[in-house]
Design a protein around this ligand. Structure first.
Ligand SMILES: [Zn+2]
Length: 137
């Protein structure tokens, strides 16, 4: 997929200046291999562009990414997001894209397998209580 033809220039810049830049091709290939529609892939790339911008603002290195960082983005950044439009802000779409990103980064050996973390309150967790193994219900 030609990145320059598929997403807005702002998103390209966010991605290519971020720590995720070396992994965009693998992310796209992963989605293509999963037979996702081109429109879905484009949307997911816009999602990780938004996440990449957040990572860059916080100087977050790629090797620190995990489910907890994704939750931080969804729970703390998203409600206050003032990133310049167009920007993807639909939580369930962002979550879906970021789950794929974590899969790709783990396949590449960039990030570790998930480790158990202390229980957190469901009200502070981005996951639904029925799916989050960290929440105490
Ligand atoms: Zn934002």
């Amino acid at each position: 997929m030609n990145l320059s033809a598929s997403i807005p220039p702002t998103h390209q810049a966010w991605l290519l200046k971020s720590p995720l830049a070396p992994h965009v091709h693998a992310f796209t290939t992963h989605l293509q291999n999963g037979r996702y529609a081109a429109k879905t892939i484009k949307g997911y790339i816009s999602c990780i562009a938004h996440f990449a911008q957040w990572m860059s603002q916080g100087n977050l290195p790629v090797h620190r990414l995990d489910e907890h960082m994704v939750a931080q983005f969804l729970v703390h950044h998203l409600p206050r997001c003032d990133c310049s439009p167009p920007v993807m802000r639909v939580p369930h779409v962002l979550r879906a894209a970021l789950v794929h990103l974590l899969v790709v980064l783990r396949e590449q050996g960039v990030i570790a397998e998930p480790t158990p973390r202390p229980a957190t309150s469901p009200t502070n967790c981005a996951a639904t209580t029925s799916t989050c193994s960290r929440c105490v219900v």
